[in-house]
Design a protein around this ligand. Sequence first.
Ligand code: COA
Length: 288
Amino acid sequence: MTQTPTLGTLQPGAADSTFRPDLLAGKHALITGGGSGINLGIAQSFAAHGCRVTILGRNLEKAQTAAQGIIDAGGQAIGVSADVRDIAAMQAAATQAVEAFGPIDIVLAGAAGNFPAPVDGISPNGFKTVVDIDLLGTYHTIKACAPHLTTPGGNILSISAYGIPVPMQAHVVAAKAGVDALTRTLAIEWGLRGIRVNAIIPGPIDGTEGMARLAPDEKTRRQFMGTVPLGRFGIPQDIANAALFLVSDAASYVTGVILPVDGGQNMLGGAPQYQMYQQMGLALPKKD
Ligand code: COA
């Protein structure tokens, strides 16, 4: 049975990992939204494989605490603060990262905003907020890091979401469809520079803030699990393993890929989640 690793601790990683301990030795990764959840899991795994890690988040204390956890576990990390919606702040943070650890080899655009809401239950500002964080934020991250990217050899990796309709997630899937388009387009534009551009689509990953919002109680968790062919939630290490592969030389001929790491959930489309929300009464019009 798969064990759920404790969030906030460096994964045993190098010792227990499928990947060799020095896989990312000498590399520098900048990870947005790296203070918690999936992105923290990636940061910890990268660090466990020799990577110096800049953790970027809106909340400086949270980013620094995550970085300190990596340092305490024997890795190299710093925490910096910026809102991905603010290009000037992102540029300043990228400069700060380079001053600490040198040119950026890996950009992980992971910062995201999410909440379940039907289209008619979200304000224009709510919709815009998610598009600003998820799509513009990804673009700002890449744009701010571009001048500092190791060329050739750099890697851009974004955390995306399904290119399928998912009820209660119109704002997110609309923004992430843009992230997918950006990923594929940039993979073509930067191919001759030797920069690979890929994305990961995480399925339901246990212990994350996103999952706590989407499935806040045991009943919803069980319903969610029923939408996954492999019959279990993922763990952050599942995503970290895919990220390690995609940024490693093992994937040196892989670019423009949007890789689902989701226990097969995407193959069923949005129907199981639609049924789930229907059962919860959320698909019905509100009675005022
Ligand atoms: N349902 C409907 N609308 C919501 C909402 C919800 N659950 N949560 C926020 N909004 C709306 C707000 O009402 C607001 O719109 P309004 O001004 O018209 O009222 C708008 O979104 C912005 O909210 P605000 O809280 O001011 O923005 P923020 O920048 O502080 O927060 C969010 C960004 C909205 C994404 C917030 O959910 C967040 O910070 N989440 C944490 C990160 C996260 O989501 N992680 C999971 C990643 S999968």
